[in-house]
Ligand binder design. Structure first.
Ligand SMILES: [Zn+2]
Length: 282
């Protein structure tokens, strides 16, 4: 039987840094917002420890700069530290120099804290561009995990340029950067968002698990993503949010940690790997 691999990934950012809340919490006010990332990350680390799994944390440089102890704790528990960029600005909204600076700053910060090379990157809101893939190679990254094939979210980017499949069926760009896309479910040529985040909170667990089983039959791995704030029901509620943004941010938050616990138990017979280990980069 072929090995079924699950890659659990966490985009490490605070609750007020999310794109849906940007109108209420612009970058200029971040310093004054109540940080809750220690507790919410701690809860996730405890859960991963209970299940004895190793995951990949795409850490925002802004967080690492202020709370290096979180990064050290994650690394000391054997998880991979990767980068979520520095300032959580969409790649599509930055010019080439600013994007390069953002990538470099985060990578250097994280490597300075752990003493280990940062190989991976995930763009805010999956806003991948071909320029990003260029710059990842230029700044010494080895892989990207920013492509989400679900086409209904206007913030998600496209995978352009020349890509090829390696013998291990991995996708690699002409400049050597690997791509590990977020997993989605394909049925009759249609793509359904199945990678985690708000969709994991929204769908009933039985349905979500059924989809993941199907994905694991279709491809060699399943990649799941989440954020610490998705497991923090006590976070401050933004008032006057657009109804669709409010729904996306808060749906299912109350019981999400238990839901993830159940999900991990359901797939306990799978092999959980970090992205680095999956790509055999270390
Ligand atoms: Zn993010």
């Amino acid at each position: 039987m072929t090995e079924k691999v699950i890659l659990v990934t966490v985009d490490l950012e605070d609750w007020f840094q999310v794109e849906n809340l940007r109108g209420h919490f612009p970058h200029s006010c971040w310093e004054t917002c109540e940080s809750r990332v220690h507790a919410s990350t701690g809860a996730l680390l405890e859960l991963f420890d209970q299940h004895d799994i190793k995951c990949t944390f795409f850490v925002l440089g802004w967080i690492a700069e202020r709370y290096p102890e979180i990064v050290r704790q994650i690394a000391s528990q054997g998880h991979e530290i990767a980068s979520h960029g520095y300032g959580h600005r969409l790649c599509t909204g930055l010019n080439r120099d600013d994007l390069r600076d953002d990538l470099q700053k985060s990578k250097e910060l994280l490597e300075g804290i752990t003493g280990q090379t940062v190989a991976g990157y995930r763009a805010p809101s999956f806003s991948v561009t071909s320029e990003l893939i260029d710059l990842l190679a230029e700044t010494g990254h080895r892989y990207d995990s920013s492509y989400n094939s679900f086409g209904m979210n206007s913030r998600y980017g496209k995978l352009e340029g020349a890509w090829s499949k390696t013998s291990g069926k991995l996708i690699q760009s002409a400049n050597g950067i690997y791509e590990i896309p977020v997993s989605n479910l394909e049925i009759a040529g249609k793509v359904f968002p199945w990678g985690g985040g708000g969709f994991f909170r929204l769908y009933p667990l039985w349905l979500f698990c059924r989809g993941v089983q199907k994905i694991l039959k279709q491809q060699q791995y399943y990649l799941f993503y989440c954020h610490p704030w998705e497991f923090d029901p006590g976070q401050p509620r933004a008032k006057g949010l657009r109804p669709d943004y409010r729904f996306r941010h808060y749906v299912g938050i109350e019981d999400n940690l238990n839901k993830l616990d159940s999900f991990l138990s359901m797939f306990a017979d799978c092999t959980f790997k970090t992205c680095n280990a999956f790509l055999k980069l270390n």
